[in-house]
Design a protein around this ligand. Sequence first.
Ligand SMILES: [Zn+2]
Ligand SMILES: [Zn+2]
Ligand SMILES: [Zn+2]
Length: 333
Amino acid sequence: MAQFRKDPFGSAWVIISPERGLEASDFGSASTAHGNEPCPLCPGFEHTTGAEIMALGPGVVSASGADWRMRVIANPQAILHPRAFSIVGGELFRQATGSGVQELIVEHREHTQLDGMSLEHLIDLLKLYRERLNLLARWPGVKHVQLTRNVGRVAGAAFDHPHAQLLALPVGSRWVDEERTAAAAYYDRQGRCLFCAVIEAELAERERIISHNERFVALAPYAAKTPFETWLLPRQHASNLNTLTSDTLPYLADLLRGVLRAINAALNTPPYNMMLHLIPSEEAGYHWHIEILPRLTTQAGFDWGSGFYINPTPPEDAARFLREALAMQEVSR
Ligand SMILES: [Zn+2]
Ligand SMILES: [Zn+2]
Ligand SMILES: [Zn+2]
C-alpha cells in the first residue's frame, strides 16, 4: 500500500510506493521501450485498462461506444486511492496512507499528440481538462490538483498513446507552494499578482516572448531551469480554470499547438513534460499556467547536491529560436 512520508528535513512529502513493483534491474534503463506489446490505450483494448469514468463520442458527451474520441478512465497504474488522509507518527516519522485520486485522459483514438490534433479536437480536450480539474478540486480535503503530460519514455511516459494524468492530493505540491509563497509575498509588498507583473514586463521587453495572442502569452521564463523551458499563461488574471470559457479556449488551443509544433521542429520532437499549475480556490496572488519542459539534459550531482539548475541555453536564445520556428510554420501554412 502506498504511503505518504513527511521529510523531517524539509517541507516535502514523499510517496513510497511498493506497488510500482520495480525490481533493481528496472533501474537505469529509462530509455528502453516496452517492446512490441499492443498499446493498452488503443481502441479495442478498453476492457484491459482502468474503469471508464466518461467518454466523448462523435457528437456530444456520450457513454462509451466503440467510436469514442477521448476517454477519462481510472488510472490503471494508480497507487493512491480516495481514502481519508490521516497523519500518524511523531515529528521524525510522520506518515499517512496513500490517499488521492488518479485519473487518466486518453486524448485521442490514434497516436496523435497535441501538436498533430485538429483545433476542434484540441479545444474539446482542453475543455475536458477544465471539467475534470474543476471536479477534482471539489474532492473533500483536496490541497492540490494537477494535470501532467509525459511524452516519451525519457520523460516518464508509461504509454506511447497520447494521455494526460490527473491527480488530486490531500497535501500541497512543493513546486506550486513555492510559487504561491513567492507570489503571496509579492502581493503583500506590491498589491498585485506577481505573474501579471511578469507578463506585463515580458510583453514590454519582448526578448523572452515566444508568441502571444489576445488572451494568452508563451514565454521562456527569465530563470529557465532547463533549455527551452516554456510557459503559457492567460493574460487575464485567474488562479484556476473557471475563466477558461468557450470563447477563450480557441486562443489557448492555437497557441499551445503552435508552440509544441515549434518545439518539435526546432528540437527534433524531444521527450517532454507538460504541467498545468493551478490552485483550486480563487486567489488574487496566484495565476494558473502551463509549463513545458523538454527533456534535453539530465540533472547531475551538482544540481541535486546544490539545488542549482545549470541551464546551458539562455532563455533569450531559446525564445528567439522558437520564434523563428513559429515563423517558419506561418510561411509553410
Ligand atoms: Zn495506443
Ligand atoms: Zn495574475
Ligand atoms: Zn508553475
